[in-house]
Structures are given as structure tokens and as C-alpha cells.
Design a protein around this ligand. Structure first.
Ligand SMILES: Cc1cc2nc3c(=O)[nH]c(=O)nc-3n(C[C@H](O)[C@H](O)[C@H](O)COP(=O)(O)OP(=O)(O)OC[C@H]3O[C@@H](n4cnc5c(N)ncnc54)[C@H](O)[C@@H]3O)c2cc1C
Length: 333
């Protein structure tokens, strides 16, 4: 259903809707997949997950950072969360987008912000700092910043998007770093990335196996795909891969039962916890991946308090909801 996927990716890239949605606060069911926008809410969520033997990686939501002031604000919010994790003795680390730290207009500013974060992470027992991957046109910046930092810090890593033709070379380039393996969440063209689910899944599985056999650091297998998880678990067993060499990861609010059962089986498990009020792009990308997530949206839209709020922007967002449902029904196979 590429048309549905393109529709939601298009929405996720719309700065006006993102700004409007930020002012309104999480709606359309986003609350189920975003862990609040205050530190006490976040601490509660992490404590709840830690008590189930699950660690977390926190993403302070934020895109469309356009000036130095906004980049510094994003860095300060990340530091605030790191202090909270440390002060409450929580088991967690951070996932960061360098675009939040200013990379789209000043790569050196993003580097300096990230370095400040890594210095603080060292004070907090070498807390891990993951650089999330974004659209392909930011990949060069990510590797440039990573290459400058990885000599000085051992607690920095990044994400490999299995849909990219370049993913193979990146897995080979960074055996010593902790890497998260994902399929890839953005829309990329056929000169850059595999397009069909079959090709993406095949490449993703192949790269995870290669990484598990050759890496000198943890591999995070980040997927909700039970067929792939089962396949990789068997591979791990057949090849006697040590427990400390890998973990599974999933996004907060998705497949919680599967996540908890994998943790109960004794696998290291980490949940990616989005935090803050900049929820719109993140939520639209989740709808692009899996239009069934629209269920979350409709349960919420029908609530009287949401309907009562019907201002212009809420009206526009509700129309988007209705339109997306129509698109989903029309193009669902
Ligand atoms: C922890 C984490 C971090 C990530 N970080 C990044 C990043 O930095 N950069 C990036 O580009 N992308 C990132 N992603 C997103 C990733 O690239 C994929 O877009 C996303 O995970 C969807 O792909 P999938 O592997 O879960 O499987 P999909 O291909 O979406 O789904 C495969 C199958 O899994 C099952 N399934 C999936 N979701 C559900 C569900 N909710 N309920 C029931 N069954 C389900 C269904 O059977 C489905 O057919 C991250 C994902 C995770 C989990």
C-alpha cells in the first residue's frame, strides 16, 4: 500500500501540522505510544518497565529544529532526562537525532551539543548514547559526527537501516560500536534503498546475522516482526551467541506482551520510549509503517472531549484522520 505509506510520510514532514499538533498536545491515540511530557510521567513509565526486567532508551521528541536557540533547548531537554535517569537510579539510556541538535544548519553545533551530552553521560556511569538514523540525506552528517566522537567516547553508537544498499558497508565499518539494526522508517527511492517488503526483510535478516557473528559490541535487534524474531532466536541458539552480545528492542506501546515474554525468557530487552510534546511526526511514521495503528487514532477521535475542542486546527487534524481511514480502506489488500 505505498500510497497510504506516502500519505503518512508526507504528513510527518509537514512543519505546519507539526507545530499545530505540538500546541494541542498528543491526540489521535498518540498518548498510547508516547510516554508523557513531564519528567514525573517519564520516570513512572521507566520504573514500570524496569520492574519487568526491561531497560529503556529515551527519545526526546523533536524535529524541525531551525536555529541555534532551538538546538540548545533540545540539548538541555536531553540533559534534563539524563539527570532524571541518573538521580532515580533508572536503567536507561538516550536515543538522539542529530537534526535536533542543529545538524541541518550547523554540523559543528550538532557535534558540540552531542559532545556535551557524551561528557555528561560519562559522569553518569558511561550511559549509552545512540544516534538515531533519519532520512538518507542526513546519513553523511551522522557518520561524520560519529567518526569524530567514537575515538574519544566508547559509549556512542548508531542505527543501521536494513533497507539501504549502503547498510552492508556500515555494518563492516563499525564492528566495535553498539549498533541498533532496524528495517528503516523513511521513504527512500530505488537508487538508495530496497523497495519491497521481501527484499528489505531478506537484507535485514542477512545483516543481523553477519553482525551477530562479527561484532565486538552489543547488537540491538529492533523489530516487531515475530517471524524475524523467531528466526533470529534460532540463529542465536545455533551459533551459541552469548546473551550479552545482543538485545531485542521494540517501540513503546507496541506488542507489549511479546516484549515482556521475550524479557521473561531471559533475553536482554530494551523499549524505545518517546517523550515530550513534539509527537506528530513520530506518530505519523508509525501509521505509515502499519496502517492498522489507525485503530489507536479512531478510538481517540470519538471521545467527546476531543470533539468538543473542534478548533480550526483540530478540525484539520480530524479531517486528516478521516481521510487516512478512507485511504486505508480503499487501498487495503
Ligand atoms: C526500537 C526501535 C528503534 C528504531 N529506530 C529507528 C531509527 O533510528 N531509524 C529508522 O529509520 N527507523 C527506526 N525504527 C523503525 C524501523 O525502521 C521500522 O520502521 C519499524 O520498526 C517497523 O518495522 P518492523 O521491523 O517492526 O516490522 P514491519 O515490517 O513493520 O512489520 C512486520 C510484521 O510484524 C508484525 N507487526 C509489526 N508491528 C506490529 C504490531 N504493532 N502489532 C502486531 N503485529 C505487528 C506484523 O505481522 C507485520 O506484518 C526503530 C524501530 C524500533 C523498534
Amino acid at each position: 500500500m505505498p500510497i497510504v505509506k506516502n500519505f503518512f510520510i508526507g504528513l510527518s514532514n509537514n512543519p505546519f501540522l507539526n507545530k499545530a499538533a505540538k500546541e494541542i498536545g498528543p491526540m489521535f491515540g498518540a498518548k498510547k505510544v508516547v510516554a508523557g511530557n513531564t519528567i514525573p510521567e517519564l520516570v513512572d513509565t521507566i520504573e514500570r518497565l524496569n520492574n519487568k526486567g526491561i531497560t529503556v532508551t529515551v527519545d526526546c521528541l523533536g524535529e524541525f529544529v531551525l536555529n541555534e536557540g532551538e538546538a540548545i533547548q533540545a540539548k538541555d531537554q536531553i540533559l534534563e532526562v539524563m539527570y532524571a535517569i541518573n538521580n532515580h537510579n533508572l536503567d536507561g539510556h538516550m536515543s538522539i537525532k542529530i537534526s535536533q541538535l542543529g545538524s541541518e544548519f550547523d554540523i559543528d553545533l550538532a557535534y558540540r551539543n552531542l559532545r556535551e551530552i557524551l561528557l555528561k553521560a560519562n559522569d553518569f556511569g558511561n550511559m549509552h548514547i545512540n544516534i538515531d538514523t533519519e532520512k538518507y540525506d542526513s546519513l553523511f552528517d551522522i557518520t561524520q559526527v560519529l567518526d569524530r566522537l567514537k575515538g574519544e567516547f566508547k559509549n556512542v553508537g548508531t542505527v543501521i537501516q536494513g533497507y539501504l544498499y549502503k547498510a552492508d558497508a556500515l555494518v563492516d565499518k563499525y564492528p566495535e560500536l553498539r549498533l541498533r539494526m532496524v528495517k528503516g522508517a523513511y521513504k527512500e527511492n530505488e537508487n538508495i534503498a530496497y523497495q519491497t517488503k521481501e527484499e528489505i526483510d531478506d537484507n535485514y535478516i542477512r545483516l543481523i546475522k553477519k553482525r551477530l557473528l562479527n561484532a565486538k559490541n552489543v547488537t540491538s535487534i529492533a523489530t516487531h516482526d515475530d517471524a524475524i524474531i523467531t528466526h533470529i532466536k534460532q540463529f542465536i541458539k545455533d551459533n551459541n551467541i552469548e546473551k550479552d552480545k545482543y538485545e531485542f528492542q521494540m517501540l513503546y506501546g507496541f506488542r507489549s506482551e511479546l516484549a515482556e515474554s521475550l524479557a521473561r525468557e531471559g533475553n536482554h530487552f530494551c523499549i524505545y520510549v518517546p517523550y515530550g510534546d513534539d509527537w506528530f511526526s513520530y506518530f505519523m511514521r508509525r501509521l505509515a509503517e502499519r496502517p492498522q495503528n489507525l485503530n489507536l487514532m479512531f478510538l481517540e477521535i470519538m471521545k467527546p472531549e476531543v470533539l468538543k475542542k473542534m478548533g480550526v486546527v483540530v478540525g484539520a487534524l480530524s479531517t486528516i484522520g478521516a481521510l487516512s481511514a478512507w485511504l486505508y480502506k480503499k487501498f487495503k489488500k
